[in-house]
Design a protein around this ligand. Structure first.
Ligand code: MF3
Ligand code: CO
Ligand code: CO
Length: 270
Protein backbone atom coordinates (compact mmCIF):
# COMPACT_ATOMS: atom_id res chain seq x y z
CA UNK A 1 0.00 0.00 0.00
CA UNK A 2 1.41 3.36 -1.04
CA UNK A 3 0.95 6.04 1.66
CA UNK A 4 0.31 9.49 0.18
CA UNK A 5 1.63 12.50 2.08
CA UNK A 6 -0.35 15.66 2.94
CA UNK A 7 1.03 19.18 2.53
CA UNK A 8 1.75 19.17 6.26
CA UNK A 9 3.53 15.80 6.07
CA UNK A 10 5.60 17.14 3.19
CA UNK A 11 6.73 20.10 5.25
CA UNK A 12 8.14 17.74 7.85
CA UNK A 13 9.72 15.52 5.21
CA UNK A 14 11.36 18.62 3.74
CA UNK A 15 13.13 19.25 7.07
CA UNK A 16 14.26 15.61 7.39
CA UNK A 17 15.42 15.56 3.77
CA UNK A 18 17.30 18.81 4.13
CA UNK A 19 19.15 17.52 7.20
CA UNK A 20 20.10 14.26 5.47
CA UNK A 21 21.31 16.27 2.47
CA UNK A 22 23.40 18.60 4.66
CA UNK A 23 25.05 15.64 6.36
CA UNK A 24 25.72 14.03 2.97
CA UNK A 25 27.46 17.19 1.76
CA UNK A 26 29.49 17.49 4.96
CA UNK A 27 30.66 13.89 4.50
CA UNK A 28 31.57 14.64 0.88
CA UNK A 29 33.87 17.43 2.07
CA UNK A 30 35.43 15.27 4.80
CA UNK A 31 36.04 12.29 2.53
CA UNK A 32 39.77 12.63 1.79
CA UNK A 33 42.78 10.31 1.76
CA UNK A 34 43.65 9.17 5.30
CA UNK A 35 40.26 9.52 6.99
CA UNK A 36 38.62 6.27 8.07
CA UNK A 37 35.05 5.47 7.18
CA UNK A 38 34.41 4.94 10.91
CA UNK A 39 35.40 8.58 11.49
CA UNK A 40 32.88 9.61 8.83
CA UNK A 41 30.26 7.49 10.59
CA UNK A 42 30.97 9.14 13.97
CA UNK A 43 30.80 12.62 12.44
CA UNK A 44 27.51 11.82 10.72
CA UNK A 45 25.96 10.44 13.89
CA UNK A 46 26.99 13.55 15.81
CA UNK A 47 25.64 15.93 13.18
CA UNK A 48 22.33 14.06 13.07
CA UNK A 49 21.91 13.89 16.85
CA UNK A 50 23.01 17.51 17.33
CA UNK A 51 20.22 18.51 14.95
CA UNK A 52 17.71 16.74 17.20
CA UNK A 53 17.26 13.81 14.83
CA UNK A 54 18.04 10.08 14.91
CA UNK A 55 20.34 8.11 12.61
CA UNK A 56 17.72 6.07 10.77
CA UNK A 57 20.02 3.17 9.87
CA UNK A 58 21.33 2.45 13.37
CA UNK A 59 19.45 -0.60 14.62
CA UNK A 60 17.47 -1.00 11.39
CA UNK A 61 17.34 -4.80 11.05
CA UNK A 62 20.27 -4.68 13.51
CA UNK A 63 22.42 -2.57 11.18
CA UNK A 64 25.16 -1.32 13.56
CA UNK A 65 26.12 2.08 12.09
CA UNK A 66 24.70 5.47 11.14
CA UNK A 67 25.88 5.49 7.53
CA UNK A 68 26.70 3.00 4.83
CA UNK A 69 30.21 3.47 3.43
CA UNK A 70 30.82 1.43 0.28
CA UNK A 71 34.26 1.63 -1.36
CA UNK A 72 35.13 0.77 -5.01
CA UNK A 73 33.58 -2.67 -5.82
CA UNK A 74 31.24 -2.39 -2.82
CA UNK A 75 27.79 -1.53 -4.17
CA UNK A 76 25.77 -0.65 -1.05
CA UNK A 77 25.49 -1.35 2.70
CA UNK A 78 29.25 -1.27 3.35
CA UNK A 79 30.18 -1.19 7.04
CA UNK A 80 32.16 1.82 8.24
CA UNK A 81 35.54 0.50 9.47
CA UNK A 82 39.13 1.40 10.30
CA UNK A 83 39.86 1.40 6.58
CA UNK A 84 41.66 4.62 5.68
CA UNK A 85 40.43 6.08 2.41
CA UNK A 86 43.15 6.14 -0.25
CA UNK A 87 43.85 8.41 -3.14
CA UNK A 88 42.16 6.74 -6.11
CA UNK A 89 39.24 5.18 -4.22
CA UNK A 90 35.60 6.01 -4.82
CA UNK A 91 33.31 6.05 -1.78
CA UNK A 92 29.54 5.79 -1.72
CA UNK A 93 28.10 7.29 1.46
CA UNK A 94 24.44 6.70 2.27
CA UNK A 95 22.83 8.72 5.08
CA UNK A 96 19.43 8.47 6.76
CA UNK A 97 17.99 10.95 9.26
CA UNK A 98 14.72 10.67 11.15
CA UNK A 99 13.52 14.12 12.24
CA UNK A 100 10.24 14.50 14.16
CA UNK A 101 9.25 11.04 12.99
CA UNK A 102 9.92 11.56 9.26
CA UNK A 103 12.80 10.10 7.26
CA UNK A 104 15.20 11.49 4.67
CA UNK A 105 17.46 9.06 2.76
CA UNK A 106 20.25 10.14 0.43
CA UNK A 107 23.55 8.95 -0.99
CA UNK A 108 26.41 10.11 -3.17
CA UNK A 109 29.59 8.67 -4.61
CA UNK A 110 32.74 10.69 -3.99
CA UNK A 111 36.13 10.39 -5.71
CA UNK A 112 38.93 10.37 -3.11
CA UNK A 113 42.04 12.43 -3.89
CA UNK A 114 43.07 13.19 -7.43
CA UNK A 115 44.19 9.93 -8.97
CA UNK A 116 40.78 8.34 -9.56
CA UNK A 117 40.88 7.06 -13.16
CA UNK A 118 38.86 9.04 -15.69
CA UNK A 119 36.82 5.92 -16.46
CA UNK A 120 35.71 5.70 -12.80
CA UNK A 121 34.84 9.40 -12.74
CA UNK A 122 32.74 8.81 -15.85
CA UNK A 123 30.90 6.00 -14.05
CA UNK A 124 30.02 8.40 -11.21
CA UNK A 125 29.00 11.15 -13.64
CA UNK A 126 26.69 8.87 -15.62
CA UNK A 127 25.14 7.48 -12.41
CA UNK A 128 24.36 11.05 -11.31
CA UNK A 129 22.85 11.73 -14.73
CA UNK A 130 20.71 8.58 -14.37
CA UNK A 131 19.31 9.98 -11.12
CA UNK A 132 18.59 13.40 -12.63
CA UNK A 133 16.83 11.80 -15.59
CA UNK A 134 14.76 9.65 -13.24
CA UNK A 135 13.80 12.71 -11.18
CA UNK A 136 12.49 14.42 -14.33
CA UNK A 137 9.96 11.57 -14.68
CA UNK A 138 8.42 12.34 -11.27
CA UNK A 139 5.14 13.91 -12.35
CA UNK A 140 1.60 12.79 -11.48
CA UNK A 141 0.36 10.40 -14.17
CA UNK A 142 3.80 9.01 -14.99
CA UNK A 143 4.62 5.42 -14.07
CA UNK A 144 7.31 3.67 -12.04
CA UNK A 145 8.45 2.04 -15.28
CA UNK A 146 9.24 5.50 -16.68
CA UNK A 147 11.64 6.07 -13.78
CA UNK A 148 13.29 2.66 -14.16
CA UNK A 149 13.62 3.06 -17.90
CA UNK A 150 15.19 6.51 -17.54
CA UNK A 151 17.93 5.01 -15.33
CA UNK A 152 18.44 1.81 -17.31
CA UNK A 153 18.48 3.42 -20.74
CA UNK A 154 21.09 6.02 -19.80
CA UNK A 155 23.35 3.56 -17.95
CA UNK A 156 23.26 0.92 -20.68
CA UNK A 157 23.84 3.50 -23.40
CA UNK A 158 27.20 4.15 -21.74
CA UNK A 159 28.03 0.43 -21.54
CA UNK A 160 27.24 0.04 -17.86
CA UNK A 161 24.78 -2.27 -16.07
CA UNK A 162 22.15 -1.54 -13.43
CA UNK A 163 21.86 -3.61 -10.26
CA UNK A 164 18.58 -5.56 -10.12
CA UNK A 165 18.74 -7.09 -6.64
CA UNK A 166 18.35 -3.77 -4.81
CA UNK A 167 15.84 -1.05 -5.58
CA UNK A 168 14.61 2.38 -4.49
CA UNK A 169 11.50 2.68 -2.36
CA UNK A 170 8.66 4.75 -1.00
CA UNK A 171 9.62 6.72 2.11
CA UNK A 172 7.82 8.57 4.89
CA UNK A 173 7.54 7.75 8.58
CA UNK A 174 9.42 4.59 7.68
CA UNK A 175 12.56 4.45 5.55
CA UNK A 176 11.24 1.65 3.38
CA UNK A 177 7.61 1.90 2.28
CA UNK A 178 5.81 0.78 -0.85
CA UNK A 179 6.33 0.98 -3.75
CA UNK A 180 9.61 -0.58 -4.81
CA UNK A 181 11.38 1.69 -7.29
CA UNK A 182 13.56 -0.45 -9.61
CA UNK A 183 16.37 1.01 -11.70
CA UNK A 184 15.03 -0.80 -14.77
CA UNK A 185 11.64 -1.03 -16.41
CA UNK A 186 9.44 -0.32 -19.39
CA UNK A 187 7.92 3.10 -20.07
CA UNK A 188 4.22 3.34 -19.21
CA UNK A 189 4.23 0.26 -16.95
CA UNK A 190 4.03 -0.15 -13.18
CA UNK A 191 2.18 1.90 -10.58
CA UNK A 192 0.97 5.34 -11.60
CA UNK A 193 2.53 8.26 -9.71
CA UNK A 194 0.24 10.62 -7.79
CA UNK A 195 0.80 13.96 -6.10
CA UNK A 196 1.77 13.28 -2.47
CA UNK A 197 3.86 10.21 -3.17
CA UNK A 198 7.43 10.42 -1.86
CA UNK A 199 10.05 8.01 -3.15
CA UNK A 200 13.77 7.40 -2.74
CA UNK A 201 15.35 6.91 -6.16
CA UNK A 202 18.74 5.25 -5.97
CA UNK A 203 20.53 4.08 -9.10
CA UNK A 204 23.29 1.52 -8.48
CA UNK A 205 25.37 1.36 -11.65
CA UNK A 206 28.19 -1.11 -12.30
CA UNK A 207 31.08 -0.90 -14.73
CA UNK A 208 30.97 -4.66 -15.33
CA UNK A 209 28.43 -7.32 -14.44
CA UNK A 210 25.18 -6.33 -12.76
CA UNK A 211 25.47 -9.41 -10.53
CA UNK A 212 26.31 -8.93 -6.87
CA UNK A 213 27.02 -11.00 -3.77
CA UNK A 214 26.87 -10.25 -0.04
CA UNK A 215 29.98 -10.60 2.12
CA UNK A 216 30.10 -12.75 5.27
CA UNK A 217 29.29 -9.75 7.46
CA UNK A 218 25.74 -10.24 6.15
CA UNK A 219 25.48 -6.68 4.80
CA UNK A 220 28.22 -5.51 2.45
CA UNK A 221 27.10 -5.96 -1.16
CA UNK A 222 29.92 -6.21 -3.74
CA UNK A 223 30.03 -6.69 -7.49
CA UNK A 224 30.59 -10.31 -8.48
CA UNK A 225 33.46 -9.37 -10.82
CA UNK A 226 35.16 -6.91 -8.46
CA UNK A 227 34.78 -3.99 -10.87
CA UNK A 228 33.62 -0.63 -9.45
CA UNK A 229 30.07 0.44 -8.71
CA UNK A 230 28.51 3.87 -8.12
CA UNK A 231 25.41 4.68 -6.06
CA UNK A 232 23.54 7.95 -5.66
CA UNK A 233 20.17 8.63 -4.04
CA UNK A 234 17.65 11.41 -3.50
CA UNK A 235 14.34 11.53 -1.65
CA UNK A 236 11.83 13.00 -4.11
CA UNK A 237 8.24 14.22 -3.64
CA UNK A 238 5.78 14.02 -6.54
CA UNK A 239 3.69 17.21 -6.57
CA UNK A 240 1.18 18.80 -8.97
CA UNK A 241 4.02 21.16 -9.91
CA UNK A 242 6.37 18.26 -10.61
CA UNK A 243 9.31 16.74 -8.75
CA UNK A 244 10.56 18.27 -5.50
CA UNK A 245 13.92 16.89 -4.40
CA UNK A 246 13.82 16.97 -0.59
CA UNK A 247 17.49 16.03 -0.14
CA UNK A 248 18.90 18.61 -2.59
CA UNK A 249 21.12 21.13 -0.80
CA UNK A 250 23.69 23.44 -2.31
CA UNK A 251 27.31 22.51 -1.79
CA UNK A 252 28.41 26.14 -1.55
CA UNK A 253 27.51 27.22 1.96
CA UNK A 254 30.14 25.61 4.16
CA UNK A 255 33.90 25.90 4.20
CA UNK A 256 35.28 23.16 1.94
CA UNK A 257 38.48 23.02 3.98
CA UNK A 258 36.59 23.03 7.28
CA UNK A 259 37.36 20.65 10.11
CA UNK A 260 34.95 17.92 11.16
CA UNK A 261 33.98 20.15 14.09
CA UNK A 262 33.20 23.11 11.84
CA UNK A 263 31.12 20.86 9.61
CA UNK A 264 29.20 19.50 12.57
CA UNK A 265 28.55 23.01 13.89
CA UNK A 266 27.32 24.20 10.50
CA UNK A 267 24.96 21.27 10.14
CA UNK A 268 23.49 21.44 13.63
CA UNK A 269 22.16 24.94 12.83
CA UNK A 270 20.00 23.60 9.98
N1 MF3 B 1 19.66 3.72 2.97
C1 MF3 B 1 19.59 2.43 2.34
C2 MF3 B 1 18.60 2.63 1.24
O1 MF3 B 1 18.86 3.50 0.45
C3 MF3 B 1 19.21 1.36 3.29
C4 MF3 B 1 20.24 1.17 4.32
S1 MF3 B 1 19.92 -0.28 5.16
C5 MF3 B 1 20.48 0.05 6.70
O2 MF3 B 1 17.56 2.05 1.12
F1 MF3 B 1 20.38 -1.02 7.37
F2 MF3 B 1 21.72 0.50 6.61
F3 MF3 B 1 19.76 0.97 7.24
CO1 CO C 1 19.86 5.21 1.30
CO1 CO D 1 17.03 4.29 0.07
Amino acid sequence: MIIGKSKKDLEKMRAAGRLAGEVREALRRMARPGITTLELDAAAERMIRDAGALPTFKGYHKYPYSICASVNEQVVHGFPSNYELRDGDILSVDVGATLNGWVGDTATTVPIGDTVPESWLALIRVTEECLERAIRECWPGKHLGDIGWAVQEHAERHGYTVVREYVGHGIGRKMHEDPQVPNYGKPGTGAKLRAGYVIAIEPMVNMGTEKTKTLKDGWTVVTLDGRPSAHVEHTVAITEEGPEVLTRVSDSGADRAGSAEAEAAAVSKV
